[in-house]
Structures are given as C-alpha cells and as structure tokens.
Ligand binder design. Sequence first.
Ligand code: SF4
Length: 363
Amino acid sequence: MPDVQPALTGLTPDALSEWLAAEGQPAFRAGQILDWVWKKKAASFEAMTNLPAPLRAKLAETFRLHSLEHSQTQGASDTTRKFLFKLHDGRYVESVLIPANPALYGEKSDRRTLCVSSQVGCAYGCKFCASGLAGFTRNLDASEIAGQVLAAEMLSGERVDNLVFMGMGEPLSNLDNLLDAIAIITSPWGLHLGARHLTISTSGLVPQIRKLAAHPQQIRLAISLHGATDAVRQQIMPLNKKWGVDELFGALDDWNARKKQHLTLEYILIEGVNDDLDQARILAMHARRLKAKVNLIPYNTVEGLEWKRPSEHQCRAFRDILKNAGVTAMLRLEKGHDIDAACGQLRLKQETEEGIIEAPAKR
Ligand code: SF4
C-alpha cells in the first residue's frame, strides 16, 4: 500500500492525546477535535474554528480528515441508496443505506439501517455472491469501517440507527479491525450507537464466533446459512467443508448461552439449489432449537452468475413450513433490486471499468 497520512477517523482519544502532548498541546484539545469529527461532522480542518490556526495547519499536515472519498451514489432518499467510496489505494467499497422497513419496525418508524463493508473483496468464494467474484484484496482498517457510517450520515444528512456488517467481505475474518471500529462506533465520543443496534453477519467462521461470544458487548449475530445440511450448503459455500453445519450449530449454542440477543439465520432462496421443502423442515428444526428468527431472501440476480430466484409460490411454501413449526420467519422481498444492491456488484463494475481488476470469469 502507498504511504499515506493516517486518517483522523481511526484515532482513539488516547492516541490523539498522545499526539497532542508530543505537539505541546493541552489534553482538552482531543475532545474538541473528536467532537468536530464525529458530532459536528466537520468537512475540513478549517471548519474546526475553536482550534488555533497553527494546530489546524499541523493537523492537516499530519492527518487525512477522512479515509473515504465519495465516488457515486445510486438511488434516492425514499429508496435504498448505495454509496461507492474510493480508498486511498484506488480500491472501492460500498455501503447501502436502507430506509425504514415498516414490516420490521412498524408503520411509524423512520429508522435507517446501513449495510457496512469490512473488506475489499472476499476470500470465501460463496458461489452466489458478487463480493467474492474477484477474490480477496485486503482488509479495511477501523477508520475505513467506522468512516462508512460517518460518510453515509454526512452524505444523506440523516442519522443511521442500525448497522449490519453484511456488505462486502467476511467481517469475522477481519475481527480485530472490526472490533476497533465498533469501539469507535459505540463510544460516547464517537457515533454513540448502542451495541444492540449492530448486527455482524458471518458465513460461519466457527472459532471467531466463539471468540465474539466472549466479547462483553451485546452485539447481534446473523448467520448466512443458505443450506440446512452439509450436502446443500457445501454446493454454494465452500467454507462449509472446513466448518460443517454441526460444528456451526455447536458454536451458536455457545453464543446463545452467553448472549441475550436472539440469533438470525439468513437464507437466500435459490431455485433448484436450496429451495426444496425438505430443507425448510430441517431448517425449522434447527431454528426452533436455537430460538433463532429466519430471514428468507429470494435470490437477487448477479451479472455473471447463473442462479435464479424461485417462484413466489415456492418461496411462500418454504416460509409457511417454518411458520407452521412455530419459527419467526420473514420472507423479504429485497430492496434495491434495481440498483445492483447485492453486495459487491457496484464495486466490481467500477474496478473492472478502471482496469484495476479483470472481469471475473462466469461460473
Ligand atoms: S457471502 Fe459473504 S463470505 Fe460469502 S463470498 Fe460473499 S461476502 Fe464473502
């Protein structure tokens, strides 16, 4: 990676105080600077008007204010919006801002959810996913993860109420940076968002699930399951060969023993792959035991991939089996179908057009 100034959005109060002390500045300046960054959302160092001009100049010489440069937005304020951000090394990441969902939060709610990326690309190669199409490039650092929330709030002028780490990448394979970002996001000097409003979505990295279960914050966990048996899951998620469903469910039992928040099982319905009603019956059995709710997401077509969305009739029949077994199951007609909202598609398009990566082969 090219040498680049550190981003101010990656600094904790301690790190900033240390730098200020070395500059001969009083400690209270750290609070003022963090307030400008995270609360007042200053767009430049010059805007930090209660800081002396020489300190502002020194800050600008030493740090970048933000780690992300806005590249484009798709969608409008009353729909799902996707933001594409350029990173300092020329790579791109996406975040998706999803407006209130009355089905989830009730008619009067105006809560907004941001889907946040944790890596550029992904190494896990799930067969239905655009993020994994061009392989893994690199982890995002804490400033690049937390910075997506700040940038989305600045661009939209709206407060983000919920976060889902469900964008590009496998968040649990970048766990240290993710936890640093979460510390910034949840701290009173940062974005001050309650941990229970944060959901980490994983494809099932068993050791990291166990590690996260021991973390003191009440963060929510969602599992990208997409198959209720090894035979079906393995067809579309290669990591299932390493951690099969029994091992995964064992780690989820451990999670349940330590956490108060209910688990969510995400299940993308793909025609002829995992939409058989026998899978619904097995899924219902596991979900009941884990007291997990199930989100059923009919597949969103991804350019370059062959998979298809099942008929609405089949999706409803699958959902009804879960419901009849007493499982809370939502059939989600995914938003953003028309703006390449499936994670990773916009970044893939941009990096291919710029010649950063080759167009991935069809599979
Ligand atoms: S679904 Fe998640 S883990 Fe699988 S390739 Fe896509 S981003 Fe990676």
